[in-house]
Design a protein around this ligand. Sequence first.
Ligand code: KIV
Ligand code: ZN
Length: 518
Amino acid sequence: MTNEVLIFDTTLRDGEQALPASLSVGQKIRIARQLALLKVDVIEAGFPISSPGDFISVETIAREIQGPIICGLARAVEKDILACAKAVKPAKRPRIHTFLGTSTIHREKKLRRSQDECLTMIAQSVKLARSKCPDVQFSAEDAGRTERDFLCRVVEIAIKNGARTVNIPDTVGYTTPEIFASIIDDIMNRVPNVDKAVIAVHCHNDLGLATSNSITAVKHGARQVECTINGIGERAGNAALEEVVMIMKVRRDYLAVTCGVDTTEIMRTSKLVRDVCAMPVQANKAVVGSNAFAHSSGIHQDGVLKFKSTYEIMTPQSIGLKDNKMNLTSRSGSHMVRSRLESLGYREKDIDIETFHPKFKTLADKKGTVYDDDLVALMESDTIEEIADTYKLEYLNVTGGMGVIPTATVRIVSEGKAREEAASGDGVVDATTKAIDRVVGFKIEVKDYHLDAISEGREALGRVKIVAVSPEGTFTGIGTSTDIVEASAKAYMDVVNKICRMRKYAPKLRGKRAKPSL
Ligand code: KIV
Ligand code: ZN
C-alpha cells in the first residue's frame, strides 16, 4: 500500500453548503486558485445539478484551474450524473463523485428503497458515470451508521462497476475513532476487490471528532481524506484540512504517511476562505486561529525565548506565518519584556529591567494587553499616568437612514477642555471619523476596517478593529460596544491616541532606538 494520502478539498461544495448565501463564480474561482497553490489533490468544485450558478462555477473551475483533479457531486441518478459529466468535462483531470445513502435510516426513511434496490442504483450510477468519465468516486452516504455486511457489499459493487475511489463518510459525525477504525478494517479485510480502489473518508464534526476519525482511518488504510479549509461544512463542519495535513507532517513518526500539500500556503488559504465566506475563525482554532502561535504565560514565553520547541510543536513558518506571537500581559516575565524592548530597538544599556518590570506589571494590570506603543511610552515616561490617552470621546450623536445625509456630532475632551465638531460623510461611521479628525486636527488613513460580533443576539457586542497609517507608522485600534458606530468611534480614538503618544515620545526616542517598529 502506498504511503501517499490524497487530500480532497470540499470547501467549495460541503463548505459552501453551510454558508448563508452561495458564493459567486468569481469568489469560487478565487478560492479554487488558492487551493491549487496549496496543492490539494482534488477540488470538489460544487454540485452541478443543484443550481445553474453551481453548474457554471464547476464548469468554469474545470476550465480555468490547472493542477488538481476537478470533481463535481451527483446523486446516484441519471440527470445528476449527466449534468456533472458536462460540468467537469473541460478539466484536464475530471472526476464524477456520485453518492447514495446506505444506512437503514437513509434507505427506509429518505429513499424508501430496499438493500437490493440500493445496490442496483449504485451499480447503474457508477457504470453510467464511468461511461462519461474515467475517474469516478462513489460515496456510501451515512456509512458510519450502515450495517457492516451491507457496507462491504456496497463497496464491492461500486468497485466492480468502475469506481476508482470509494468514500466512507461519517455523514452525521456519529462515529468514534475506535469504531471507525473497525469499519475501515472490515472494508480492508472483507471486500475482495478493495485493492482496486482508493478508500476515502469524509468525517463531520458534530461531536468534535472529525479530525481524529479521519486520522484514525488513515492509520487503518484510508488513502484519501476529504476535508475543508477552517473545517467549514454542514452543521458543525467537516474535518479541517489544516489539522489533517499538519498532523501528517508533525506526526510522521506515528503515521508514516505523506501528502503533497504545500503547508506554507495554509494560513493564506485560511484567511482567504474566512474573508470570502465571511466565516470567522475562532481565536483558539488549531493551526490557523489567531492564538495558535501566541504565547501568553510568563513561563511559556521564557521557555520559547530560550528554546522554541519547549512550547511549539510546529513552526509558524511551516504554515506560512512570519513568526509566533508573544502577548505582553501581567503574566509576562522580565526576560520577555526585555526581549521585546530590544526588538523595538532599545539598547541593553538603556534598559533598567529591575525598575521597569514592576512599572510594566502595573500598566498590564490596568490595560490587559500591553502593545508595543504602550511599552515605548512607558519607557519614555516617568509615571504610568503620563501615558494616559490625550483625547477622550465623551459624546457621540449620529443621524442616518434612507434619504438622510449621514451626519455625526462628537464631543471630545483633552487636557480638561471639551470641544465639539460635526461632519457629514459617506455613512455614519465615515461622518464620525471626519468629525473626530476635525477635533484632533489631523487625518488618519484607514487601511483596514473589520467588524466582528463577539456575542450573540440583538444585543450582541460588536468589536471593531481598525488598521490605520500615518507618518508615524501603522497602528491598530480596537473598540467594543453594542452599538457598531460607537465601537467604530472607539477604535478610531484608540488609533488617534496611539499616534499622539508616538508623536510625544518619538523625539525622545531619536538616537535611542534603531527604528520605530510599531
Ligand atoms: O457528508 C456526506 O456524506 C457527504 C457526501 C455527499 C459525501 O457530504
Ligand atoms: Zn459531508
